[in-house]
Design a protein around this ligand. Structure first.
Ligand code: FES
Length: 277
């Protein structure tokens, strides 16, 4: 059993709250590298869901995860409090990310994608890369981890769809401005909703800027056995859980990925209705 050490509500706009949980899992914390994720199951009746590791603390053995309360399991997670326990917490899973030192890397996070982007920004800062961070959200109230991101970034920008904070527009509005200003960019890392990652990849392709995206695929076993997390990259089938979650954004078939993510939306809605959520 894995103990919940801390819980914090990061944003609460009435529905779809975003919660942060520190889970006591010292072995996972010790082996974690940027890019890794975990799979958890709250109890023996629960489903297994993947969540990216947002942070770790080697002293307390805490692994930080962040979840948006959109499905049954994430809503159950949101109801946990410090002192409660989770049955399974497996990881770290996936391929660790390897980034260049002393380069200009633009890190782009949209919505909940800011959470998995945070350890990458921190790591890039530690290895002396020049880090520009752009985070985006529909509106100011649902922005998360702004202060943490600022702390590890040399340049920092916010974009909101409704203009309530930072640049009015999308994260690509800010990126396009940087390119127009002829700021040299060695690498872009984009994590967020599929339409956002697709838009970033379409923009950087025009300027031949290497772009990595992190996919949040449907997963069942997390070990490459079931095929649930498959994705087409450069015409080849890859498994997000063992080959990813990061892939070359210029090669990912985002439309297929979007179709696969939407496949079980109706079932999820009926399950939520049955649970009275
Ligand atoms: Fe089963 Fe990736 S989750 S193969």
């Amino acid at each position: 059993m894995f103990k919940v050490l801390r819980k914090k509500v990061l944003s609460d706009t009435g529905n779809d709250r975003v919660v942060l949980l520190d889970i006591e899992a010292p072995l996972v914390a010790k082996k974690h590298q940027p890019g890794h994720f975990i799979m958890l199951r709250i109890d023996e009746k629960g489903e297994r869901i993947p969540l990216t590791i947002a942070d770790t603390n080697l002293e307390t053995g805490a692994v930080t995860i962040i979840a948006q309360e959109v499905g049954i399991t994430s809503k159950q997670l949101g109801r946990l409090e410090a002192g409660d326990y989770i049955l399974d917490f497996v990881g770290p899973l996936g391929q660790a990310a390897h980034y260049p030192e002393h380069k200009h890397v633009v890190c782009i996070g949209g919505g909940l994608g800011v959470a998995p982007l945070y350890p990458e920004v921190k790591h890039l800062h530690e290895i002396d890369s020049h880090v520009t961070t752009i985070i985006g959200a529909r509106t100011k109230e649902i922005l998360i981890l702004e202060e943490e991101m600022r702390k590890h970034s040399h340049q920092f920008y916010v974009a909101t769809d409704d203009g309530s904070y930072g640049t009015k527009g999308f994260v690509t509005t800010v990126l396009q401005q940087m390119i127009d200003d002829q700021q040299p960019v060695d690498l872009v890392i984009a994590i967020g909703p599929i339409p956002m990652m697709k838009a970033v990849a379409n923009l950087t392709r025009q300027y031949n800027i290497k772009t990595l995206v992190s996919l949040n695929s449907l997963m069942v076993d997390g070990t490459g056995m079931c095929g649930a997390c498959r994705v087409t990259v450069g015409g080849e089938t890859k498994f997000t859980c063992i080959d990813g979650p990061e892939f070359d954004g210029h090669l990912v078939d985002f439309d297929e990925q979007m179709r696969r993510l939407n496949m079980y939306k109706d079932k999820e809605k009926s399950a939520l209705a049955l649970e009275g959520c």
